[in-house]
Design a protein around this ligand. Structure first.
Ligand SMILES: *[C@@H]1O[C@H](CO)[C@@H](O)[C@H](O)[C@H]1NC(C)=O
Ligand SMILES: *[C@@H]1O[C@H](CO)[C@@H](O)[C@H](O)[C@H]1NC(C)=O
Ligand SMILES: *[C@@H]1O[C@H](CO)[C@@H](O)[C@H](O)[C@H]1NC(C)=O
Ligand SMILES: *[C@@H]1O[C@H](CO)[C@@H](O)[C@H](O)[C@H]1NC(C)=O
Ligand SMILES: *[C@@H]1O[C@H](CO)[C@@H](O)[C@H](O)[C@H]1NC(C)=O
Length: 546
């Protein structure tokens, strides 16, 4: 069943019988117009860039005062009427077709990639002289700023290369080093699913985001944008016989887009995780292997507040050549100006295009892969219980939400697993596993990989936070927790076990890691390494009828 907006009641896209025809027709029109407007340049270069297409498509609507919108938006308006019989029957049918319920794997092994992805500190302590000095990594970048809500001493800069294409290729190569290292140390057993988990912000440029380039420029280079190159590069990594039994969550990509707004510029912001199932190109058709997991909530530390917006500029004046025009290129901090969510709405509208480019959206934080129920969250989304909230909202609205289930080169749309997730994944920067956010099946495991806390010792505390006297807290850059339920006549509780069954491996054995990450990631914090967990049994669940 192909991806379509009708199947997502939680998005408010509830379509009555007559409207559903409208929607279908407009989709057909849309694909025709799309051929004219977009497809000819893009598909012929075999550039698999969903976002590029979406962006260009949307932008063309944006620039026209009387936009030639191919979608009749009013057909997609939220409507209050209940689901039509037709849609109910359709959902019922798709629920019954859920044939991916037998897990393909008996065990799972997570290989977590510890690499510092935060901003580089502008000032560092010189160990020899015990004095505070400027961090050379930031010099000449002029992309200084403060994470919101931190003190003046936390001034940071974004790292990256001026040539963003070169920057992307360096980041891909650093990712590839870790993937290859992971392959060498992973459990070779084919019945063990391997999960490669990277932290948030792995892909963000020297101004805090990769820009969606404007149409004219794009046409002039006639090819892929930076974000297109990231996705293509990742697709190439996973299209490898070696990775047939691997799932990859490649951290996140930060994108921004300048929007003309009167005479000034405004921005849209995107933060999403590319998620892939590896495959053997000789035997697999690559269907249902590529996913985009959009992050929903903007955190106060997702972006630096750039120097030009700081109230006290004197703290950093000495760092700057004020005449350098690149000072103004650093993105504004969306959170600080009240922009609390990422601008993901357009993806929801253009799911068909995503789908035709081989990507599926994981919009509710839930998916099935090879018969295994997963939840996936990015950083703050975990703290605000996104997967758990969706689960509960789905239950109280009659379990009509549909999420992708991928196996055997096909995708089905099925209900959210009633028993919650067999495996939960979190990619973050500055986040820990939060007990209150867990949506795990009985005996299931959650894995979190952080991009800032890699030098925090792994540990668990109970009740040390006065505000949460009965709560567990978990620390460390890689975290894994197993939750089991205890239900007796006199007690109902969950038990949590911090999984300490792991081994750390250096990523670079034969070279100096600082040379490899130079100018891309900070060398001042910690060495990249892989935290490799012992394989654990995938807990078996009864999926129920949806
Ligand atoms: C869009 O849909 C609405 C209601 O379905 C209809 O009244 C309107 O004429 C349509 N507009 C276009 C441009 O097709
Ligand atoms: C959905 O399926 C169940 C059993 O498979 C059936 O009892 C029910 O009537 C169906 N509902 C609709 C709206 O078709
Ligand atoms: C995939 O297909 C094989 C053979 O057709 C089948 O045995 C297996 O159960 C399927 N896997 C899933 C997860 O549906
Ligand atoms: C600005 O920062 C400098 C250096 O940290 C500090 O000495 C000064 O008091 C600050 N000014 C204000 C108004 O906060
Ligand atoms: C860690 O390993 C031990 C010994 O194999 C096992 O009993 C325990 O359940 C494992 N812990 C987790 C959280 O998987």
């Amino acid at each position: 069943m192909s991806l379509s907006s009708e199947d997502s009641p939680l998005l408010g896209l509830q379509i009555t019988a007559s409207r559903s025809k409208v929607a279908k027709n407009s989709r057909n029109n849309k694909s025709e117009q799309r051929k004219n407007m977009i497809w000819v340049g893009v598909m012929s270069t075999a550039c698999i860039l969903s976002l590029l297409v979406l962006h260009r498509y949307r932008k063309s609507g944006f620039n026209n005062p009387t936009p030639q919108r191919t979608l009749n938006d009013s057909a997609f308006d939220k409507i209050a009427s209940p689901l039509s019989e037709e849609l109910l029957a359709k959902l019922n049918a798709s629920a019954k077709r859920h044939s991916h319920q037998v897990p393909l794997y008996a065990k799972v092994q997570t290989l977590s990639y510890q690499i510092y992805t935060g901003g580089a500190p502008a000032y560092i302590l010189d160990d020899n002289d015990n004095i505070i000095k400027r961090n050379e990594e930031c010099i000449n970048l002029n992309s200084y700023g403060l994470p919101e809500g931190t003190s003046d001493l936390d001034l940071q800069c974004y790292l990256g290369l001026d040539d963003t294409a070169e920057d992307v290729s360096r980041r891909l190569s650093i990712m590839s080093d870790a993937v290859n290292r992971a392959y060498d140390i992973a459990d070779p057993d084919e019945t063990t699913l391997k999960i490669f988990l990277a932290p948030e912000f792995f892909f963000r440029g020297k101004n805090g985001a990769f820009e969606f380039v404007n149409e004219e420029y794009e046409e002039s280079i006639g090819e892929c944008s930076d974000i297109c190159h990231i996705l293509k590069g990742l697709e190439n990594i996973v299209a490898d016989e070696r990775f047939e039994h691997w799932l990859f969550l490649f951290g996140t990509v930060i994108g921004s887009e300048k929007l003309p707004k009167k005479d000034n510029y405004d921005y849209q912001f995107y933060n999403f995780a590319p998620l892939y199932k590896g495959f053997n190109p000789a035997t697999s058709k690559r269907i249902g292997k590529n996913f985009i997991v959009p992050k929903r909530y903007v955190s106060n530390i997702d972006f630096l507040t750039p120097l030009r917006h700081l109230t006290n500029r004197s703290i950093a004046m000495e760092l700057l050549d004020e005449t350098d025009p690149s000072v103004s290129a650093t993105l504004m901090n969306p959170h600080l100006v009240g922009h609390k969510r990422y601008d993901n709405e357009m993806w929801a509208k253009y799911k068909d295009e995503l789908s035709s480019l081989g990507y599926n959206m994981i919009e509710y934080g839930w998916f099935y892969m090879d018969g295994i129920a997963f939840s996936v969250e990015i950083c703050l989304d975990h703290l605000v219980h996104r997967a758990l909230m969706t689960y509960m909202a789905d239950v109280v609205t009659g379990s009509k939400t549909r999420v992708p289930s991928s196996a055997n080169d096909s995708v089905e749309w099925v209900g959210i697993p009633r028993h919650q997730a067999q495996i939960s994944l979190v990619s973050s920067a500055g986040m820990d596993i939060i007990v209150a956010s867990l949506a795990l099946a009985n005996g299931g495991h959650i894995y979190l990989q952080d991009g800032m806390d890699g030098n925090t010792p792994v540990q668990t505390t109970y009740g040390t936070d006065e505000c949460q006297p009965n709560e567990y807290e978990f620390f460390g850059g890689s975290q894994c927790v197993k939750r089991t339920a205890v239900v007796s006549a006199t007690d109902v509780t969950f038990e949590y076990e911090h999984n300490l069954n792991f081994t750390d491996y250096a990523v670079y054995a034969d070279k100096n890691w600082k040379d490899v990450v130079d100018s891309i990631f900070s060398k001042e914090l910690y060495e990249p390494r892989l935290t490799v967990y012992d394989p654990v049994n995938i807990v078996l669940i009864d999926h129920g009828d949806v």
